[in-house]
Design a protein around this ligand. Structure first.
Ligand code: SF4
Length: 358
């Protein structure tokens, strides 16, 4: 599993806390050169047990094709070239519309087989508030082009839990997303993190966080609509048509080793975690071993986010039996064979349930 962080965005979204920069002269070249060097240096760490490649960001679709091609060639020269079982590229709809069908066909010929579009909303007022570059119409056009180029695995990202997102607008956004017939939908609740524009707006009184009850209602509406449309709710924030569950992200939740390349990318070796510093020039790599306690907490936190849950033997060996029994009695945990999982009805409060267990 390989993750490559592309730290460029043409503008910054109101709520974003990822490391990214507005591209300037020479930056693509500096980035590509360093990522290729890092690939050569860290190629022995790559475990091809699950052969996935994921370009995330930032906005990977702003990276010129020539640079993307150089990175892929370097992977190939180092013994980790395609075809990949799953090769995802995160895209901004506006880039797709601007670059057009030829760009998409080139991505396809480079081996990309899963497109992830950051749609977030189909409401233009909200998109402007989020400072997204695209419009609702642009998003529809991007999806049309992705299909015309022949991509058979399309994921859409949506956001809920904004205090200025009405239930009617949220319902219309879900309906529009479903009508586009994607294979996969990821939905994230807006959170205020770090020192971004949203955090400043909150501090200045320009924004108020959405009440918990509103977020819960929007999440429950989403769950109902996705189920009715035939999606499997296989992880708290992720829905897929059967057989289209994300392999790469599934690897994260199962704690499979992965190598993260590029500024601010994180990696997991199976024993320890490491990360690159968030700077374009001369980014550095640091690591730490995990303690037994860290491993236990990670396994619980990641496993219990999924509909599969975690092995009962692990749960009972690492959590107090009285807590497990109480959560089972409350319906906050259910047992299915040798696995224990949080039922969908309690996904929204999964953080509290996991906290009780750890
Ligand atoms: S496009 Fe993505 S990474 Fe870039 S600012 Fe927006 S949310 Fe952040």
């Amino acid at each position: 599993m390989i993750y490559i962080h592309v730290p460029f965005c043409k503008s910054f979204c109101t709520y974003c806390d990822f490391y990214s920069q507005i591209p300037q002269e020479g930056m693509y070249e500096a980035y590509t050169r360093q990522v290729c060097e890092e690939i050569r240096r860290r190629a022995p760490e790559v475990d091809d047990g699950l052969k996935t490649l994921y370009f995330g960001g930032g906005t990977p679709s702003v990276l010129p094709l020539a640079h993307l091609t150089r990175i892929l060639l370097t992977l190939e020269q180092c013994g980790h070239g395609g075809p990949y079982t799953e090769f995802t590229l995160e895209c901004n709809p506006e880039d797709i519309v601007e670059k057009g069908l030829h760009y998409l066909e080139s991505l396809k010929s480079l081996g990309v087989n899963r497109m992830s579009l950051g749609i977030q909303s189909f409401d233009n007022t909200l998109l402007r508030w989020m400072n997204r570059r695209h419009s609702a119409e642009g998003a529809l056009e991007a999806v049309r082009l992705v299909r015309e180029a022949g991509f058979k695995n399309l994921s859409l990202d949506l956001i809920f839990g904004l205090s200025n997102l009405s239930d009617a607008t949220w319902e219309a956004t879900i309906d529009q997303a479903i009508a586009l017939e994607p294979e996969h939908i990821s939905c994230y609740q807006l959170t205020v993190e770090g020192d971004n524009r949203l955090a400043q707006m909150l501090e200045n009184g320009e924004y108020e966080e959405a009440p918990e009850e509103l977020c819960r209602q929007q999440y429950e509406l989403l769950c109902r609509k996705m189920a009715a449309a035939g999606f499997v709710h296989y992880e708290i924030s992720n829905f897929a048509k059967p057989g289209f569950e994300a392999l790469h992200n599934g690897g994260y939740w199962a704690r499979r080793p992965y190598v993260g390349l590029g500024p601010s990318a994180h990696s997991f070796s199976g024993k320890g975690r490491s990360w690159n510093s968030a700077q374009l020039d001369g980014y550095t790599h640091s690591s730490e071993a995990l303690t037994v306690e860290d491993e236990k907490v990670e396994t619980l936190m990641l496993g219990l986010r999924t509909a599969k849950g975690i092995d009962g033997e692990f749960l009972l060996a690492n959590c107090r039996e009285e807590d497990v029994q109480r959560l089972l009695a409350e319906g906050a945990l259910v047992q299915a064979g040798r696995y224990y999982r949080i039922p969908e009805s309690h996904f929204f409060v999964s953080d509290e349930i996991i906290r009780e267990l750890v």
